[in-house]
Write a protein that binds this ligand. Sequence first.
Ligand code: ASP
Length: 445
Amino acid sequence: MQLYTKITIGLVAGAVVGAAVNVTGTAALPFWSEGVLPFLNFVGSAFIRAITMIVIPLVAASLLVGVASLGDLSKLGRMGGKTLGYYLLSTAIAITIGLTLALLIKPGSRINPASRDALARDFGEQAEGRIQLAAESPGVWDVLLNMIPSNPIAAAAEGSLLPLIIFVIIFAAAVTLLPQDSREVILTFFRGVNDASMIIIDWIMKLAPYAVFALIAATISRFGLDVLQSLAIYTGVVTAGLLLHAFGTYGTLVAVLARLNPIEFFRRVREVPLIAFSTSSSNATLPVTMETAEEKLGVSKSVSSFVLPLGATINMDGTALYQGVATVFIAQVYGIVLGFDQLLTIVLTATLASIGAAGVPSAGIITLILVLQSVGLAGQAAAGIALILGVDRILDMIRTAVNVTGDLSCAAFVARSEGETLMPAPVDHPIAIAPVPEHELTGRR
Ligand code: ASP
């Protein structure tokens, strides 16, 4: 059985068990809260830690090998330009989809006042905690300054990807200028680190179906189904936007820019959004994203090691789309009409807020506060966040799946534009892959 099928079974089984416990109520099932849930939490967290464990060695080694084997460093600048351009474009499209749906469907005008007040009361305290975290986030200059690591080892130890990426790129550029013998020593070593990391990912992924079961069962069993009910339209609008962006925007971009059959693209990468959905973390999914890009799409290491770690850190289309809908929703709930200039401000600040959000669970709701403040909703931020916090986990799962799919679509585009032959090989007509005649496969006529 394929790994993807096993992971899907884990996910569905986890959802069924979690929903059954949720409906029964944990009070009636003491063995669940005391015995099973702590065990499931252990299994889920162990998996996330194990896969996160490999992020730093993998990113450092593969980026070093990738950049150092580019040969021509001007290619790096070109790839950087395309990657950032694609990321900004797809994020802007994502926010526009979110804003359009929220303005058309008006989820905030449809929530009943009793549920609104109950939610604001129940989640008020947790929301205050998020506001506190947002207040502690650094300003723009500090963000830029923090990209230059004064100590790259410390950046790696703290799992700060962006400063590490910057250091490794500079280091790798220097490696290309070394005499051949010293260059080969460094490259051989890091190639080994990269290959060993890939082997470890394969080992950890064997555990993925069980971990996904545990993560999903634990999440759904705790999830407030009544909260979902009162926020059904809001949740529906975010989900519809995310699906539209995932299949519509990426499908089109993959067909037009990477000239791949989008259905085949989604089929080949499908394990990645599943892991992102279960872990709610682009960072934890990164090793699987990189392995899939290289082994299933045929993207070169030079492209995947550059585009994907950067994407996990700065490209979060799902998060940006969600922030767009959430901002309009909160404004609608409080009867505030947003003008065109405020909508433009949302496009701008949600782009920045999604870039600033870390690839970890719930990061998007903290940077959402900055978007709310930018359009004059600071006064409504605490109550607004309290309102949507109850469904944040489920939306986090879906938006993370979209975030990583976006990164993969960019990797396909950049690889293709650099003249790489991807799997499946590009075809003249992107919507269909020409079948290979049988005699070509068998050699017989
Ligand atoms: N969990 C998301 C990610 O890792 C970020 C967020 O939107 O909260 O990509």
